[in-house]
Write a protein that binds this ligand. Structure first.
Ligand code: AMP
Ligand code: GLY
Length: 428
């Protein structure tokens, strides 16, 4: 089968790499891809010069190339209805509809659905005017988090300490419209929670929900969880904190009611559903849902996945996921992914610097370098984005996987390279 993966990050490189390892995959196109999405396993990967928002171009390409499955990586095209646009043309798509992608694209939709469905989440109020928000802030005697309604590239969430900070957040989002006019029309003001932040990804199709092994993301830029929030600086998997009891609780209290509520609303969910959770002293609380695989969670997870990803994705698309219940197989080893970011990330990353050491790392066993913000320039690979590479390694223990990932990343150089040195240290 010929497959098309839409997107250009580390997650998409990992998805394409894993799909190419399937015997049934003949060719895996990645649009637009990056410097890592050519060649690959069996030489099956090929980048295609089509941007993720060019729905017409993607439809034409998929039809001309007789693509049997289109896999959508990022949230933006999903929120704009890429699944609907491709399916209307008879293509098979892994990814939720525009209606279902609202779960990530609108914080208001998400919170109201959770309230109706009884899914545990922070107490909140939706405000459509700055004064209403200020009055609500005054009425609370705890710290708050202010969230812009729309997609804001992971930025429209402001975690506040004290009332003054919360007022300022309202000002930035609703008055100065720093995240855009649309994202500033409504805000969610919610209680700040404390605990361990974790994410669980599940494959979902119809009524069937199959959670994947958990991974522990590290969102802050710097060691010891210091510095600004990023898209994710590293992940290790499996995560020892997820006991079978907690996994069961998350399934029963979060995934099942959410998926039922989506069906009742006429927006059945199909694809990967990512629950961002805070494990509080009162139990798990949902911070957010994402309507796609995590980045960089996907990179180490897929190194451990033994089941054929193409089989799994087709089962999701065809509504036959039940056949994999209790049957998804994982490599028992541990995997660690360390993200190498460009200087200036996450605010204003520097681009265009040559990357060296990739060939040397390619020769290391049980190591994969997933490209994210990279592009090819003749024989050279240049930095081309904030998160540049996800250096991922397998090991018999978390410590061994960690050592190997860091051994690999130390061989890679580009001007101003930055990465955390403590991925996987917390749960040693
Ligand atoms: P979100 O996009 O909603 O996940 O928010 C981004 C980040 O903000 C999360 O990964 C958390 O670190 C933080 N955050 C969001 N909501 C809360 C909350 N209610 N309490 C504490 N931290 C939060
Ligand atoms: N790593 C967090 C995310 O994909 O949203």
């Amino acid at each position: 089968m010929r497959i098309l993966v839409v997107g250009k990050g580390g997650r998409e490189h990992a998805l394409a790499w894993k799909l190419a390892l399937s015997n049934r995959a003949e060719r895996v196109f990645v649009a637009p891809g990056n410097a890592g999405t050519d060649g690959g396993p069996g030489g099956k990967l090929a980048s295609v010069k089509l941007e993720q928002d060019n729905f017409e171009g993607l439809v034409r390409f998929a039809k001309d190339e007789k693509v049997g499955l289109v896999v959508i990586g990022p949230e933006e095209p999903l929120a704009k209805g890429i699944t609907d646009a491709l399916e209307k043309e008879g293509l098979r798509v892994f990814g939720p509809s525009k209606a279902a992608a609202q779960l990530e694209a609108s914080k208001v939709y998400c919170k109201e659905l959770m309230r109706q469905a009884g899914v545990p989440t922070a107490d909140f109020k939706v405000c459509d005017h700055p004064q209403i928000a200020r009055t609500y802030i005054d009425s609370r005697d705890y710290d708050l988090v202010v969230k812009a309604d729309g997609l804001a590239a992971g930025k429209g969430v402001i975690v506040c300490t004290g009332r003054e900070e919360a007022y300022r957040a309202i000002d930035r989002i609703m008055v100065r419209e720093e995240f855009g006019a649309a994202a500033g029309r409504h805000v969610v003001v919610e209680k700040k929670l404390s605990g361990r932040e974790v994410s669980i990804l599940a494959l979902v199709s119809g009524r069937c929900i199959l959670p994947l092994d958990p991974g522990q993301d590290h969102k802050a830029l710097l060691d010891n969880d210091k510095g600004p929030n990023t898209g994710g600086m590293g992940v290790y998997t499996p995560a020892p904190w997820l006991t079978p009891e907690l996994a069961h609780q998350i399934d029963e209290e979060v995934f099942v009611p959410t998926i039922h509520a989506m069906r009742r609303r006429g927006a059945p969910y199909k694809g990967c559903l990512f629950a961002g959770l805070m494990i509080t002293s009162q139990g798990p609380r949902v911070l957010e849902f994402n309507c796609r695989f995590g980045d960089p969670e996907t990179q180490p997870l897929l190194m451990r996945l033994k089941t054929d990803l193409l089989d799994l994705m087709e089962a999701v698309v065809d509504g036959k996921l039940e056949q994999f219940e209790g049957k998804i197989e994982w490599d028992n080893r541990h995997a660690v992914c360390v993200v190498a970011a460009a200087p200036g990330y996450p605010v204003n990353p520097r681009k265009g610097d040559p990357i060296t050491g990739l060939d040397e790392v390619a020769a290391m066993p049980d190591v994969q370098v997933f490209h994210a913000g990279t592009r090819r320039d003749g024989n050279r690979v240049l930095t081309d984005g904030g998160r540049v590479l996800g250096v991922t390694a397998l090991g018999e223990s978390l410590a061994r996987a960690r050592e190997r990932a860091y051994e690999a990343i130390r061989k890679i150089q580009f001007r101003g390279i930055q990465y955390r040195s403590d991925i996987g240290l917390r749960d040693r």
